[in-house]
Design a binder for this molecule. Structure first.
Ligand code: ADE
Length: 230
């Protein structure tokens, strides 16, 4: 069981995402809970203000400390110490990867704060345990990054994937790329399915898949083999 809390100025962005197949199923089964929080609910004054112009001048608006601080305090008020993680999504964060997903899957509560590209008050960084980036490119905000974290973490929570879904992944060596897969037709205008897959010889198929996964990883992502992507 894992609870995600997403703090965002754009809660509607998550609507379709939360209805997606395996994530919808996991929520129905009570294995994952997702609490999308609208930062504007903690906005200041009668206009629920959440951003303001930067000290020192310059263009654009800066996300204010107060709404984020109040939101974090309220969302985390009943949390059990040590079983939770507060994360800010920002291009300044540590690059996210599969190992990090595995670490996060062990927590009970995860707060994902979606930053805005125009900027946020530097003091907001002091409210979180860590900052994460999903890659070396700039998004308009942390929402898509938060979805990437939710999707990669929840599928690692025990019982979220069916036995069949999990076995297919686990029988394969950790850290290798997937072996090539094919489905009907056997011959697509001369592009053939490898004959070993039609042989019915399971030991031979297993061996071929192993070899192909290693070959593919060496060719396409050699960095995965020596842990360089960390
Ligand atoms: N916000 C904007 N760009 C981002 C990125 N690459 N990762 C995480 N959060 C972001």
């Amino acid at each position: 069981m894992i609870n995600f809390h997403i703090l965002t100025l754009f809660p509607d962005l998550f609507e379709g995402f939360l209805k997606e197949s395996i994530l919808a199923r996991a929520q129905k089964q009570g294995l994952v809970k997702i609490n999308v929080c609208n930062l504007r609910d903690w906005g200041v004054g009668k206009h629920h203000q959440v951003d303001d112009s930067p000290y020192g001048g310059g263009t654009g608006m800066v996300l204010m400390m107060e709404p984020v601080d109040l939101a974090v305090k309220e969302i985390t008020k009943d949390w059990i110490p040590k079983k939770n993680r507060k994360i800010l999504l920002t291009p300044q964060g540590k690059i996210y990867n599969q190992k990090k997903a595995g670490d996060l899957a062990k927590y009970e509560d995860i707060l994902l704060i979606c930053g805005r590209y125009e900027g946020f008050d530097e003091r907001i960084r002091g409210l979180v345990d860590e900052e994460l980036s999903i890659g070396n490119y700039i998004l308009n905000g942390g929402e898509v990054a938060a979805m990437a974290v939710v999707e990669s973490v929840f599928r690692l929570v025990p019982r979220v994937l069916t036995k069949e879904e999990a076995t297919r992944i686990e029988t394969f060596h950790d850290g290798l790329l997937e072996y090539p897969q094919y489905t009907r037709p056997e011959d697509y205008y001369g592009k053939m399915v490898p004959s070993v897959l039609l042989s019915g010889n399971h030991a031979k198929i297993e061996k071929w898949r192993n070899e192909q996964a290693i070959k593919k990883t060496i060719e396409k992502r050699p960095d995965l083999l020596d842990g360089r992507e960390d």
